[in-house]
Design a protein around this ligand. Sequence first.
Ligand code: TXA
Ligand code: MG
Length: 322
Amino acid sequence: MPLLKPTQLEEAAELLRGGQVVAMPTETVYGLAALAMNLPAVAKVFKLKGRPRFDPLIVHAASMRQAFELAADVPPLAYRLAESFWPGPLTLVLEKVAAIDDLVTAGLTTVALRVPDHTLAQELIAAAGGVLAAPSANRFGGISPTRPQHVLQELGNSVPVLDGGPCRRGVESTVVAVCGEQHPVVLRLGAITVEQLSDVLGRPLEVRNSSDQPQTPGVPGAPGMLSRHYAPRTPLVLVERFEQPATGQRVGALSLDQSPVGYTVIERLATAGDLVEAAANLFAAMRRLDEADLTRIEAILVPEQGLGRAINDRLRRAAYDS
Ligand code: TXA
Ligand code: MG
C-alpha cells in the first residue's frame, strides 16, 4: 500500500477524510498532509515528523479563493502576489481566521497559505473536501523528499505516498509575510526568486532569512528556520575550490558543474549551469552523497542570484555546524 498510483487518488482522499495522513506530491517537495481542520490528524503529522510544536505548518488550498477564506485580512499586495504566482511555489503568511487552530499555526495569529501548482495535489485537496496542512515529508531537520522513495526512506512504510514522480522544482516554496500596511518580507528563500517578487511589487523587499544573517545558533528567525536543517548525516563542508583528497579518504564533491579528481562520489547539479535544473536535482544529490558511506561531503556554492540564493541557503544550512 505505501505507494498509491495517481489512479488511486480517491483512496488517498478517503484516508484523509478518515483522519489519516498521506504524503502528497507538490511541485516543490513532497508534503505530509492531513486535513487542517482535523486536529488529531494534524497532531499525527507533528508526531510522525518528530517536529516541535513551535514550528507552524503551511495550509494548502486548491484555489486562491479557498486560501483567502482562511485569512482575516488580505492586503492588496497579497492579492497581487497571489495573482502573479498562484498556483505555484509561493507561501503567503497572513492574519488568520479563528477557524484555523493554534496547533496548525503554533499559536501564532498568522497562517501560512499556498496553492500548489500540481494537478494531483489540487485534486487531492478537492477530493478530501478541505484544505490540507502539510510540512515537507521528511523527519525534522532532514533533507526534504523530492521523490516518492525519499518519503519512504524518511518515514518508513507506514505512511501512504501518492506517487507523483519527481518534484519539478525541487526546493521549497518562498515564504513571504504580508501584514497590514507593511511591505512584504521574505521569511524563507525558495522557488520563487526575490527578483521575481520585487518585479511584481515594483521595489526591493526585505529578506529576513536566518542563514543570511548572523543569529544566535539554534534560535529560529522565523519559526522553523533553524540554521541546521536540510542536513545530511554525513558532515558537509563548504569549500572555495576542490583539492584532491588524501589517498584512501572517501570524500564526496557537490557543485554546479565540476568534476574534480580523486573524489569518491561526484554530484554535478546541472549540465549547462542551469539553476532551475540544479534546484530540481539538489536534494536527491544530497541524499545520494549521504548514502555513499563518505567521511565528508565538500560543496561549492552556486552563483548567488535568482534560484541560486535558495540553493545556497539550503547548502549553508546543511553545512551549519558540521
Ligand atoms: O514547498 C513547500 O513549502 C513545502 C510543500 C510541501 O508545500 N512545504 C514546506 O513546509 O516546506 P515546511 O513545514 O517544511 O516549512 C514551512 C515553513 C517553516 O519554515 C515554517 O516556520 C514557516 O513555513 N511558517 C509556517 N507558518 C508560518 C507563520 N504563520 N509565520 C511564519 N512562518 C511560518
Ligand atoms: Mg521542511
